[in-house]
Design a protein around this ligand. Structure first.
Ligand SMILES: *Cc1c(COP(=O)(O)O)cnc(C)c1O
Length: 360
């Protein structure tokens, strides 16, 4: 606590992002980045945008980008909101749509940034337990909450609900905002974007950080009817009118136009995920079925913290969430096949060492 701080600052419990270490020959499987680079067309567009026009402010509405995204998802451009990362879009969503007299509801295991924004904006919340297999149970959301948010596929479990299940949730809670965070949807789940036309309370968020390999450019999106988008625009224009710079707008627009690149990269990641799941199961891990670009895996004998530490010594970084229901799991990003093979070989060695004459 400093005497210069606003009182709120002392109460915050900031999100801790996965580390970005600068190690040589590192296998980085901890923050769900895409192992393949962005579309070459996106890179060319970013380079072309680096010109004299940078002295001018960018389009505050990112019109071209919203038009490209609208064409891709078959919605209207005015049903799309864009921001500087989906974390920023979600922060605006918490302020604009999720603070009500009754508490916000989200699963006890989901994106761990949600409670952080609740702290920042003073949103009261209630955690709804996942079922015994760590799946979201639609029927467990209380009838008296003020809003609902979760990730689908969920993080860090990778479990995805079918669109019909989410439609059932929307029907059961027609009078409160329901936000579906689809950061990983392109890796095999059903998007709820086609439901926005019928459900005025549905807001869907996307990011270009995962399936479009642009984590470094920071672009996020929200989809919904005008009423919801209007709320986001009002808050955005009370905060930062130009969230996306010229390079980001140019690169993101080209990334949406390059459908082939997107399809190829996500197909490769999906295929590698299935191979990684198989090889972890052969090593004795319980691996939850995943529709994301990561797997959530637990070994029945070896503690996840020990495995994480031993992997780190071999320059392989994976993520662990030190909460009661998740502490026994490793969250492993799907890398290239070569990276996944290096991980499996390292684990094989570590498990043998632990079982044999190792010092533990
Ligand atoms: C990665 C992620 C985000 C944030 O994406 P950015 O656009 O990189 O900020 C949001 N929600 C979930 C569930 C994520 O995993």
């Amino acid at each position: 606590m400093s005497r210069f701080w606003s009182p709120l600052v002392d109460t915050l419990k900031p999100y801790v992002a996965g580390e970005q270490p600068q190690m040589r020959d590192l296998v980085k499987l901890n923050t769900n980045e895409n192992p393949y680079g962005p579309s070459p067309r996106a890179l060319a567009a970013i380079k072309a945008a680096a010109d004299d026009a940078l002295r001018l402010y960018p389009d505050p509405m990112s019109t071209k980008l919203r038009e490209a995204v609208a064409a891709h998802h078959r919605v209207k451009a005015d049903q799309i909101f864009v921001g500087n990362s989906s974390d920023e879009v979600l922060a605006l969503v918490f302020q604009a749509l999720l603070k009500h007299e009754r508490p916000l509801a989200f699963p006890d295991v989901t994106y761990s940034f949600y409670p952080v924004w609740c702290g920042l904006y003073g949103v009261s919340y209630r955690e709804v337990p996942l079922d015994g297999e760590l799946r979201i149970d639609i029927d467990a959301f209380p009838g008296d909450c003020g809003a609902i948010i979760f990730a689908n596929p969920n993080a860090p479990t990778g479990h995805a609900l079918a669109r019909a299940e989410i439609e059932r949730l929307l029907k059961a809670h027609p009078d409160i905002p329901v936000v579906i965070d689809e950061a990983y949807v392109d890796f095999g789940a059903e998007s709820t974007i086609p439901l926005i036309a019928a459900y005025p309370n549905l807001l869907v968020t996307h990011t270009l950080s995962k399936s479009r390999s642009l984590a470094g450019l920071r672009i996020g999106l929200a989809f919904g009817q005008r009423d919801l988008i209007d709320a986001l625009e009002r808050v955005k224009d009370s905060f930062n009118s130009y969230p996306l710079d010229r390079l980001a707008q140019a690169g993101a627009t080209a990334a949406y136009e390059d459908v082939d690149w997107f399809e190829q990269c996500r197909a490769k990641v999906i295929a590698s995920r299935e191979r990684l799941t198989d090889s972890l199961r052969k090593l004795g891990f319980d691996v939850l079925p995943s529709k994301a670009n990561f797997v959530f895996a637990r070994h029945p004998v070896h503690a996840a913290a020990d495995l994480q530490r031993a992997l780190r010594e071999k320059a392989i970084i994976v993520r662990r969430f030190d909460k009661p229901r998740t502490k026994d799991f490793l969250r492993i990003t799907v890398g290239t096949d070569a990276e996944c093979e290096r991980l499996a070989a390292a684990l094989k060695e570590i498990l043998r060492w632990n079982e044999g004459a190792g010092p533990r």
